[in-house]
Design a protein around this ligand. Sequence first.
Ligand SMILES: [Zn+2]
Length: 336
Amino acid sequence: MKKSDAVLVFVVMLLFTSSASGLPAGAEVRAVPVANGLYLVEGLEGGNVAFLVTDEGVLVVDSGTSPEAGRLIMAEIAKKTDKPVKYLVLTHYHGDHTFGLQAFPSSTVIIAQQNTADNIRHLNEPRIRGMMEKAMPEMVAAQKLAVDKLRKKKGKDLKKEEERLQELEAGLAQLRELRFVYPAITFQTKLSVFLGGQEVEVVHLGRAHTDGDALVHFPGLNVLHTGDLLFAASYPYIGVEAGADTASWIAAIERAASWEVETVIPGHGRITDKQGLLKMAAYLSELREAVKGAIAAGKSLAEAKKMAPLPSWKGFDRERQLPMNIEAVYNELIRK
Ligand SMILES: [Zn+2]
């Protein structure tokens, strides 16, 4: 698999996970209160979605990982208020935060950092089109052939391979349902939304998980939605194809941690606080030091990627990300 294909598969894999809908099998989707008027939508796969209900309308952060997830988010909002969804802020362009956009009313004003708007157009859209028109149909065709062969031979893996075929077909159907929806308003470093007597600050602190990350700060509630600057208790994904930079990621976390914030909603994982956020900066710093040491010792990238987790990373989820994290940092360090 070409590297660009691997990235693509990462971006869309949430579309054909367990239930082929971007939702964990059997999960109950429900909005739980975080602070006064602010809710987190639980039970979705992919990025954490939050929404703020005010007398004047609703502001949503991120849109879910698929059109179906977007519809479920809209249904949860409707259970809490009959006010319209006025704004939707995107934390960045990755599909598990943006592929639900089409489920929101066309009157919703979508806000994103300028680079995120560019990334949706120039990274997401051509990749998804390529996936939908070529890569996925080819995978489905190859899988059909494999299943046919097994049927004739009465092979023992038939059931497993049939299930894989169904997953691929469902994934392709989901992809074909996708419509690209673009931000209406972009900003460079900061934008404030005033809604129902509250200010919501949308802030870009430089390159981090991508080159277009937005943090969403609710100063009246002391809550921060970090987008994917924080994967709580988990190895992060480092978006190298969209200009990620771990040095400036650490600086961004340190700046955000200086704000008045009690509750932190991560891009992925459970709600935490500033200590939870700072753990991500600590992980990235330790990783950089370890990779620096490997480079200084003359290790190749392939050797460096075999590094074992440090004791302080014990219990982190998604360990399969570690070699990719090492590669991202290795390339970042030798470039500088
Ligand atoms: Zn992401």
